[in-house]
Design a protein around this ligand. Sequence first.
Ligand code: GSH
Length: 205
Amino acid sequence: MIELFASDTPNGKKISIMLEEIEFPYKVTAVDLGKGDQFDPKFIEISPFSKIPVIKDDKESVFGSGAILIYLAEKSKKFYDLDNKVKINQWLMAQMGLVGPMIGQYHSFYKFNKGKSKYGEERYHKITKDLYERLNARLSKSKYLAGEKYTIADIATWPWIARHEWHDIGLGKFESLSKWYMNIAERDAVVKGYNFMGAGEIPKP
Ligand SMILES: N[C@@H](CCC(=O)N[C@@H](CS)C(=O)NCC(=O)O)C(=O)O
């Protein structure tokens, strides 16, 4: 059985949602980032940068949400259509290098350290709003990020937009992004994966 080492964050939820989608049995080992579990030398053996998520599958372990999503997609042959691999990779890598890191900084300045840096709050607010606009523009042209099919690029990006209540940007103002968001929010596997650590109901726009 797959063991998922995670916390209740967007990066953790990507993998619980994927595991629910592909219906692979898994167990969750909670990594308490507040307590510093990620710095335990035993954890660093499977996660060299001290980050969640990580999975252990038989004797193999995989770190990094992008690598894990590709690993699980290849293993299950789901949500990673080889004919559309180039498009899926582009949107997946955009999430890894841009959507996650930038919105992550926004959370750090705006949600968790409000008032400490006006520059940081403004910078990441602007970048996050721009990401909403770019994603909205893309989704006004295609149902999902990489085309007409739901893929690991959507699974990677969706949990970041699921934090929209922290962003004060107004997801509802972005018609195509909201529609995509709600469409995915209604999937049973997403509801289950979102709640893998008791987060409760998915916030509506
Ligand atoms: N690029 C990594 C980023 C993972 C990441 O930043 N994880 C955060 C939680 S969402 C973490 O483990 N932070 C712990 C720390 O920085 O000490 C991925 O996509 O898996």
